[in-house]
Design a protein around this ligand. Sequence first.
Ligand code: SF4
Ligand code: SF4
Length: 379
Amino acid sequence: MSTPLRRPLPVIQPRPAHDGSCGCGSGGCGCGGSGWSDAEAGLDRVRHLAADVPPPDGVDPAEDPHLSGFRQLLERQVDRRTAIGGITAGLLAGLGLFQTACNPIASAETREKAVLDWQEYFQGNFRLMTDQEKVDTVRRLERLHELRTGQRVDISPSDARPGVLYGYAFNISKCRGYMDCIRGCVKENNQDRKSAIQYIRIHEHKKGQIDFGHAEDDFFHEVPAAGHFYIGTQCFHCQNPPCVDVCPVKATWMEPDGIVVVDYNWCIGCRYCIAACPYDARRFNWSEPVVPADEVNPHQHYLGNRLRKRGVVEKCTFCIQRSREGRNPACVEACPTGARIFGNLLDPDSEIRWVLANKKVFRLKEDLGTEPKFWYYMD
Ligand code: SF4
Ligand code: SF4
């Protein structure tokens, strides 16, 4: 009788104590030094964040510690029954696709779809692909979408632009709880209409206290309600993201421009990342996502708003399909009160840098050392 092997629990590495070696100068680097919330220290923080950006393309993958989760998968030991089951399932699926691809009485489109499905089945991790492989991958996905739905979409594989590190600021004084940001986000990012997945939450707090334990997230009354104020949350694109550390297959990572992304084709739906996120920022597709054909946003990015499948995790990507083209995320554009500010933290002339330098800013759960690139402030 075989003993079932247990998947080891993910380990989140403790942050080292602040010893000054990080060079942040402020002691508020999240490495164990004192907290950071005022504007002057904020600018130090921005400079430090820039230094923390992971190495760009060209780094030897074998030497990249960010790939440990991928290596973990390859080296994971499984018992014979699990291995035979996995191999058999793969072979059967492949055989079915192969038969369809070779079937002389199947239509040319059916055979083409079978070949593309076959290629998608064996697709690698987007992060490890060459530029040409990325282009081939998105072209294949575009063609698959066309064969399945008769509609065309444009999926970008664009990389981060050099000299960019994205950050976000939220003006609590200006938010009125209208939720236009949520509606804009759902539409822009092709979120499942059936389960009503939403990346953004607007929390209604009683005046005088920020208390998420007693805030109201599902309110159906006129806003703004007397005696209340509103705070929005979403993925904060932490510079030290625990969700990334725990992924056993390296399906989620931080891009050089600071955006934390998910490769939906590589995600196995284990939901470790959901458990690890202290901000409730990730969503899981329990059922096949549904977006009516006439509501699909065809302007997509591989790591952003392309249509997802059942059983994978998704979240805010700072609208990567827009931000990498120099546009604001949909939530910023949709907000009628100007409560949302987005921009490049490395650009000293950007609005986000002005906010960090001139407002009393703070972040949620700073003591965790996650270093969210999302600040709150009041006028
Ligand atoms: S907010 Fe949550 S999901 Fe987003 S980067 Fe931070 S830990 Fe990850
Ligand atoms: S659900 Fe997907 S992204 Fe999250 S930890 Fe598991 S494999 Fe990684």
